[in-house]
Design a protein around this ligand. Structure first.
Ligand code: ATP
Length: 228
């Protein structure tokens, strides 16, 4: 049984058809990349999978079940940058986030540990580097100890050091047993961190499978050169 199964998903926004019959399966334990240029439908796919957008057709199943409050609790998502309080510490910000999410406060410690922020937990968010801010954002997705993380362009806007930190962290979380779904328009990011990839173009699936197989094929050229 796939951990996430999208079957024939379609979505339009007014006259814009953003997804056209998208089907894919994510297996537990994979780091699954959604790769495609801007406007190819990556964010729409994640929004539908998480139930923050309504599909015009098709189905979403997590852990073999339809999306529900119970399945949502097993999935941590980072779709946009969370608003942290600049003058509160990393720990205080996470405690507030845990309260809002009804996540056990004990999971704050685990999240700080996993993201390597324990030694900086009492420092104000304001003084953090871009990479550390994004590590804290990732820590907030770990509250409640979800099995799956869904991340939309997690290195966007970061400096090179921040990008390296966040990619390393994603790899570490994968080795800790999290299944990770990550949308990115960056081929090298997908190559570095993902085990599997689905290539989207204009709302359609172009190819899907293990990264080594897909990126070695001719689709590699399509991904590199074709803007939407
Ligand atoms: P990006 O990296 O730029 O976010 P993406 O691959 O995530 O791109 P989507 O954001 O899913 O792609 O967009 C897919 C298509 O749907 C694009 O043509 C986009 O313009 C359109 N679209 C997305 N959101 C909306 C919206 N709220 N209203 C109208 N059109 C939208």
């Amino acid at each position: 049984m796939a951990l996430l199964e999208l079957d024939n998903l379609s979505k339009s926004y007014g006259g814009t058809q953003a997804l056209r019959g998208l089907s894919l399966q994510v297996e537990a334990g994979s780091v699954y990349g959604l790769l495609g240029p801007n406007g190819s439908g990556k964010t729409t796919t994640l929004g539908l999978a998480l139930g923050v957008l309504q599909a015009n057709g098709g189905t979403v199943r997590w852990f073999g079940q339809p999306l529900s409050a119970a399945t949502k609790r097993r999935v941590g998502a980072l779709l946009e940058t969370p608003n942290f309080f600049p003058y509160l510490s990393a720990r205080q910000n996470l405690l507030l986030a845990a309260d809002i999410k009804h996540a056990a406060p004990a999971t704050v410690d685990a999240a700080l540990e996993l993201t390597g922020l324990k030694s900086r937990q009492h420092d104000a968010f304001k003084g953090f580097s871009l990479g550390m801010k994004q590590r804290l954002a990732l820590a907030s997705t770990l509250l409640g100890n979800p099995e799956v993380l869904v991340l939309d362009e997690p290195t966007n806007g970061l400096d090179p050091q921040g990008i390296a930190e966040v990619r390393e962290l994603i790899q570490r979380l994968a080795t800790e047993g999290k299944t990770i779904i990550i949308a990115s328009h960056l081929l090298d990011e997908i190559e570095k961190v993902c085990t599997h990839v689905a290539v989207l173009q204009r709302g359609e699936l172009r190819a899907a499978g293990p990264v080594s197989a897909i990126l070695a094929s001719t689709d590699r050229i399509v991904v590199r050169v074709a803007p939407d």
